[in-house]
Design a protein around this ligand. Structure first.
Ligand SMILES: [Fe+2]
Ligand SMILES: [Fe+2]
Length: 274
């Protein structure tokens, strides 16, 4: 069981944000903005899946997981709210979120399915977010210094994703979810997540007027495939999920714990799984 603290982030998300807030780099900004666009809808789905999952457990096991599940819900609900405000700025920049309505349509296809499917989908996304989070916490300089508030938002969100990476996975296992379905959903989620992320990033760049700049594509190549590149360094932890004996806690949480310990001035704890 993990102790999950809900934190109120001490940032003002109402203040306007620069167009290329991420190190003045059009590609990186478009990619992070695309991810942010997917969060409110995605995180609501994770909350609902985990809530339904815990309700399906026998009462004594519900009791044991109660605090962790409350912490998970509190953390995701806070992310959802702040990314909602963030996405409001993107709308004012003229960007259009086409990812969220597509996700909602897909979510409708899962209505009425066994809760273990919903949890396998959630656990797959949570593995994705945990490895992206760990990578970002190891490379925080890539976020630049143009908007320190957004740097804080991304690193805090990353730290909490790493912190609660086991909740959906443990619930899936507790309800007897099997390896084959876990992997099937992970394959599907990998494909849809990467296609959606690519589409929304291109869409953001097109609306930003920076899609056909040479500098955009150079930045994309370095950011994805360079020495510290996102694809180059995360494919190994991505692959770990296929192992039969995989558990999210096997992955290092050190960078997340260090960030939370070193930045206590940036948040107020509002509850520990309460
Ligand atoms: Fe989150
Ligand atoms: Fe999460």
């Amino acid at each position: 069981m993990t102790d999950l603290v809900v934190r109120r982030l001490l940032v003002d998300m109402e203040a306007p944000m620069p167009r290329h807030w991420c190190a003045g780099d059009a590609f990186r900004t478009a990619l992070f903005n695309a991810m942010s666009m997917s969060f409110p809808v995605g995180e609501q789905f994770f909350i609902d899946a985990v809530r339904a999952g815990v309700r399906a457990l026998p009462p004594d096991r519900q009791e044991r997981l109660h605090a962790e599940v409350q912490g998970f819900i509190g953390q995701e609900a806070t992310h959802r709210r702040l990314h909602g405000l963030y996405n409001g700025h993107l709308e004012r920049h003229g960007l259009v979120n086409e990812w969220a309505p597509r996700s909602l349509e897909r979510q409708r296809l899962l209505e009425g399915q066994d809760v273990r499917h919903l949890l396998a989908v959630t656990a797959a996304f949570e593995h994705f977010t945990a490895i992206l989070a760990d990578w970002l916490l190891r490379n925080p300089d890539l976020l630049g210094r143009e908007d320190p508030r957004l740097v804080t938002l991304w690193l805090w969100h990353s730290a909490e994703e790493s912190e609660h990476k086991s909740t959906a996975f443990d619930l899936y296992q507790a309800l007897g979810g099997n390896h084959d379905w876990r992997i099937t959903w992970f394959r599907r989620i990998t494909a849809t997540f990467l296609v959606d992320l690519g589409r929304q990033t291109l869409n953001n760049l097109r609306r930003d007027g920076t899609l056909w700049r040479w500098s955009t594509w150079c930045s994309a190549a370095t950011f994805l495939f360079g020495r510290r590149g996102l694809v180059r360094t995360t494919w190994r932890p991505w692959r770990e999920y296929f192992r039969r004996d995989f558990h999210p806690r096997q992955q290092d949480s050190g960078p997340a714990q260090r960030w939370l310990a070193d930045h206590r001035n940036l948040y107020t704890p509002v509850g520990a799984g309460a």
